[in-house]
Design a protein around this ligand. Structure first.
Ligand code: UGA
Length: 430
């Protein structure tokens, strides 16, 4: 089967490669010709473990190729997956500009039946709009179906998630379209749930918002646990042993970030507002998240006297490990607050880079832990890269001036660090 993927960000490229791996003939289309050139040379435009090897493999097998010419690509493929971005607009709503553009392009160039599957996260009701936009752009009334097929992969483990999905949601009113989509995914042997397009769209938002709610719940609870000297990580273990709760997404930290949770909750709140409905729990989820990093800094600042003119090392700036994505990363909020507090900040990340425009004599990035920690008064761990967990902390201490470690992800062994002479503080992990 021939499949066209419109949009070659991390969802688009991962989806394209998974279908290529399943043996389908895949074309990746993007308006950004530099991206297309890079992908055609077997290189990714973002960091994602395992993906580049699969890209090189399927450029060789010929199961995948890339183009920036929509007309031929749309005409040669009956099945089209939309994987374009839906960033937040100024009001927090999802901006459908790119969805609208690809709809116009499909309507304009199609010359026969097309099945259009929407992977992008889009507000409830967008599939209906898409049908209208495609029809408006058609010069002849060629038939087509639109299917909602939301994506649930995570950055950092995109390939594994996409090859082993917990479920495949198909929102469609057309049994013909549902059968085609099922056939595409069949080799994955994951369960299907077939529903209406609007329900499928809601499942995506409801899932992300629920996962974020679990995190904010644990983060808020950790503030109480700190006060009454209860270990939040142990609370999470005990809670997670209940099948009805489960052990995942209960890790307290300095807050959730990324391109999805913050954006999707805002979009869902926006939809609720548009329909005169209230989602008060989600308001609170955002509020707890927005205050979590400064709560963490304020909690420990007195240990140093103040952060003013102190040298502080930030370990891990990506919003989570195994990605170079800085979007809504809690580290950025921490850095901004430390700058306001007049600290000197020295940043390290195995992959992610701060934009050079942000760098100054007070904010520098280094490529080794030795340079980063040089004469530092404190370390703040912001994302849980394995490199930090397994670092030689005996050696690290020799680089530092004072030995404070503030662990924003509760991943370091506090007992061991204390034995090594550090003053270790995490999140309610006393
Ligand atoms: C999230 C969802 O998990 C995916 O299912 C979804 O497909 C994706 O959004 C999307 O909509 O595209 P992602 O944002 O890549 O995936 O990353 P997550 O692993 O969910 O982590 C999000 C944030 O939550 C990170 O900042 C992470 O550090 C934080 N987190 C996660 C916690 O603070 N505690 C936890 O227990 C788990």
């Amino acid at each position: 089967m021939n499949i066209l993927i419109m949009g070659t960000g991390y969802v688009g490229v991962t989806t394209a490669l998974v279908f290529a791996e399943l043996g389908w003939n895949v074309t990746g289309l993007d308006t950004d010709s530099r991206k297309i050139q890079t992908l055609s040379e077997g290189k990714l435009t973002f960091y994602e473990p395992g993906l580049e090897d699969l890209l090189i493999k399927h450029l060789k097998t010929g199961n995948i190729h890339f183009t920036s010419s929509p007309e031929k690509a749309i005409q040669e493929n009956h099945i089209i997956f939309l994987c374009v971005g839906t960033p937040s607009d100024a009001d927090g709503n999802a901006d459908l500009q790119f969805i609208h553009e690809v709809a116009k392009s499909i309507g304009k160039h199609m010359d026969g039946y097309k099945l259009i599957a929407v992977k992008s996260t889009v507000p409830i009701g967008t599939n209906g709009k898409l049908v209208r936009w495609i029809r408006e752009a058609q010069s002849l009334p060629h038939p087509f179906d639109v299917v909602s097929n939301p994506e649930f992969l995570r950055e950092g483990s995109a390939l594994q998630d996409a090859l082993n999905p917990d479920r495949i949601i198909i929102g469609s009113d057309s049994t013909h379209a549902v059968d085609i989509i099922k056939n595409l995914y069949n080799p994955l042997q994951s369960p299907f749930f077939v529903t209406t397009p609007k329900t499928a769209e809601m499942i995506k938002y409801a899932s992300n918002a629920f996962l974020a709610t679990k995190i904010s719940y644990m983060n808020e609870l950790s503030r109480l646990c700190e006060t009454i000297e209860v270990n939040i990580s142990d609370v999470a273990v005990g809670m997670g042993m209940d099948d009805r709760i489960g052990p995942k997404f209960l890790k307290a930290g300095i807050g959730f970030g990324g391109s999805c949770f913050p954006k999707d909750i805002k979009a869902l709140l926006h939809t609720a507002k548009d329909y005169g409905s209230e989602l008060s729990i989600l308001d609170k989820v955002i509020q707890v998240n927005q205050t979590q990093s400064s709560h963490f800094l304020n909690k420990w600042e007195h240990k140093l006297g103040s952060f003013s003119d102190k040298k502080v090392a930030i370990l891990g700036i990506s919003f989570k490990p195994n990605t170079d994505d800085l979007r809504e990363a809690p580290s950025i909020a921490i850095i901004q607050e430390l700058l306001q507090k007049q600290a000197f900040i020295r940043v390290h990340d195995p992959i992610a880079k701060l934009p050079t425009g942000l760098l100054s004599d007070r904010l520098q990035q280094f490529d080794t832990l030795e340079k980063t920690l040089h004469r530092c008064d404190a370390v703040i761990l912001c994302s849980e890269w394995e490199e930090y967990r397994s670092a030689d902390w005996t050696q690290m201490r020799t680089y530092m001036n004072q030995y404070f470690v503030f662990d924003g992800r509760n991943i370091l062994d506090g007992v061991q660090l204390t034995k090594l002479g550090y003053h270790y503080h995490g999140i309610a992990n006393q």
